[in-house]
Design a protein around this ligand. Structure first.
Ligand code: M6R
Length: 588
């Protein structure tokens, strides 16, 4: 949450930082700000709202060194004063994370005569730097951090130092070396196209970044050598690729995500994990949001492939009430970003309890990859839209591969075929738009299914509410008559998924129950006979390509993602940046 950028080099810092912040905006977009250093002075602009709001005042920023921030508010409302950078004395700081003991530090420094301006936890860092500074910036930062509790990535300017410092504890910070200067960013995406090589700063390290280079020190302020790796990226990863929004671009990448994920599974030796699963006494999955919804699908897939019990747990619950594990258990942590605080905590607790830890993640350099025993890569490429789409599809592909201990090639072949079918679904945009128009006219939208369709219904509901702000819920169709039927009337739409031949008669019953209460129904099915029977009787029907029931979720999930996208656009929302949300929830 929140984005940090820093630049020191031969160019004007303001432009570099502004471009970096625009790329990081998906990390938080309540407010934004930049400080630059020029001629021994610090120049600062900051404002609530989007990064673009800084544009009219960019001319005020001088110098070739600076730091910037885009915020997702945790402490203090999203206004101009609470926006970062925070300034005190000779210092300007930007911070990602949470300072848990800020109130006591604030009281202590106030007693020393410090005056605070904001309601944030972060401002205390600028005051601590001022308090500890005796002419050595790195030392002051080290002393300041020794007083903090919580998690942080910090970039700071000091009027007396021609550069900036960076440190971290639990929140990501990546250093970059480019042709025209040196960078820090909280996310690799901001470095693409600007840095040639990168280095993930280790917890406790302090980096001094100047226009001449980067020096890194360990926690004892001793110089340390850290490796920089070439930053490889594909041109198409950056930008919306001609689509009006990242969300649409990313849904259109579902098929290639399945293909790339299958190939990577084979080439990175992940097949060996199947033997580990075979020997496990239990498999527990943890994740949040969409990643948890993918874990629900994994329970069915892995449960059908292995004999031991398989269960999925919401990470924010599991960390306080963890399932019992032994040395023979396997924990699979599912996380697009690999940085979600609750997932990391739950995974650490289960690993400490003896479980072997597999991370299923889209970000190969993320926090979770540093303590997992094995990483199973999701190859979705950068996912910029706050709503997870292609990463969910990639996670499903990983679970299919993990669930095929005996015939991985056959499973891979089936996934390659389903990837072709996903492309067909994506090209059927008119059906998605039709159902989306019903959604935006409805007071509420329910997503129903049976068997594997339930998991997709739950994820489809999350997607719709997240990007369109229409109230929705996803649940098993059989539960309708146990309560939710009371909510059904002509102003409510029910989207019924019917992709499993063995359960389709039961799902039809739910459709009848809704129609007889004058509720609106949209049916999404892979079964031609269901489409033939129901299409004339419901408000909308979408026939997806035929697919075996265990693979149909790739198609129905893609369909629901498209519906959510179109509903958001029709409702006048920004699907890429839903209100109050941010990509990658690195705070608890
Ligand atoms: O990066 P992660 O997969 O760990 O993120 C988990 C959730 O925060 C995430 O899936 C969230 O629910 C998305 N906004 C859903 O679209």
């Amino acid at each position: 949450m929140c984005g940090i950028v820093g630049y020191a080099g031969g160019k004007s810092a303001a432009g570099e930082l502004f471009e970096g912040l625009k790329k990081l905006e998906y990390r938080g977009y309540d407010s934004a700000g930049i400080s630059t250093l020029g001629g021994g002075s610090i120049f600062t602009i900051k404002k609530s709202g989007r990064v673009e709001g800084l544009a009219p005042r960019m001319g005020e920023l001088e110098g070739c060194v600076g730091i910037g921030h885009t915020r997702w508010a945790t402490h203090g409302e999203a206004n101009d004063v609470n926006a970062h950078p925070h300034i005190y004395g000779s210092f300007s700081i930007v911070h990602n994370g949470i300072i848990e003991n800020y109130a006591e530090l604030k009281a202590e420094l106030s007693a020393e005569g410090h005056v605070f301006f904001s309601h944030t936890d972060s401002e205390v860092i600028a005051h601590l730097l001022d308090y500890y500074y005796k002419g050595n910036f790195a030392e002051a930062l080290s002393l300041a951090c020794s007083r903090l509790k919580g998690c942080w990535a910090i970039a700071a300017l000091c009027k007396q130092f021609q550069g900036f410092t960076v440190t971290r504890h639990g929140s990501p910070a990546i250093l970059g070396e480019g042709e025209d200067g040196f960078f820090v960013a909280s996310d690799m995406y901001a470095l693409m196209g600007r840095a040639r090589s990168y280095c993930i700063l280790a917890d406790g390290d302090i980096a001094l970044v100047t226009p001449r280079g980067i020096s890194i020190y360990d926690g004892q302020l001793q110089p340390v050598a850290r490796n920089f790796s070439p930053l490889e990226w594909e041109e198409e990863e950056v930008g919306t690729g001609g689509c009006p929004h990242y969300m649409l671009k990313e849904i259109r990448q579902n098929a290639r995500t399945v293909r790339a994920t299958c190939r990577a599974f084979a080439s990175s030796g992940c097949g060996g994990q199947c033997s580990r699963l075979k020997e496990a006494d239990k498999i527990v999955l943890v994740g949040c949001g969409t990643a948890y919804n993918a874990a629900l699908a994994a329970v069915r897939l892995l449960g059908g492939a292995y004999e031991c019990p398989v269960s999925a747990h919401i990470a924010s619950e599991a960390r306080y009430d963890p399932p019992r594990v032994t040395q023979k258990s396997v924990c699979i942590a599912v996380s697009q970003s690999g940085e979600t605080a609750d997932t990391i905590m739950a995974a650490k607790i289960l690993k400490d309890g003896g479980a072997y830890l597999i991370a299923v993640t889209n970000v190969g350099y993320s926090a979770i990859t540093r303590f997992a025993d094995k990483v199973v890569p999701v190859c979705a490429g950068a996912e910029v839209c706050v709503a997870a789409t292609k990463s969910y599809i990639g996670q499903l592909a990983c679970f299919h591969m993990l669930a095929a201990p005996c015939a991985p090639r056959v499973r891979c072949g089936a996934l390659m075929k389903i990837a072709d079918d996903i492309e067909r679904v994506v090209s059927d945009g008119v059906y998605a738009a039709n159902i989306a128009s019903l959604c935006v006219k409805s007071r509420a939208v329910f997503f129903l299914g049976r068997g594997a369709d339930v998991d997709v219904a739950v994820e489809g509901s999350l997607k719709l509410k997240e990007v369109s702000y229409i109230f929705s819920d996803g649940y098993p169709a059989g539960e309708l008559k146990h309560g939710t039927l009371a909510l059904i009337d002509e102003s409510v739409l029910s989207v019924v998924l019917i992709c499993d031949e063995s359960l389709c008669e039961k799902s039809k019953t739910a459709v009848e129950q809704i129609l007889s209460r004058k509720g609106k129904v949209a049916v999404i099915t892979t079964l031609p006979h269901i489409y033939a029977e129901l299409s004339a009787r419901v408000s909308a029907a979408w026939l997806l390509p035929c697919a075996p029931s265990h693979l149909a979720h790739f198609l129905s999930a893609t369909a629901l993602q498209l519906i959510a996208y179109h509903a958001a656009v029709m409702a006048g929302r920004d699907p890429d940046k839903p209100r109050n949300l941010a990509k990658s929830v690195t705070v608890e």
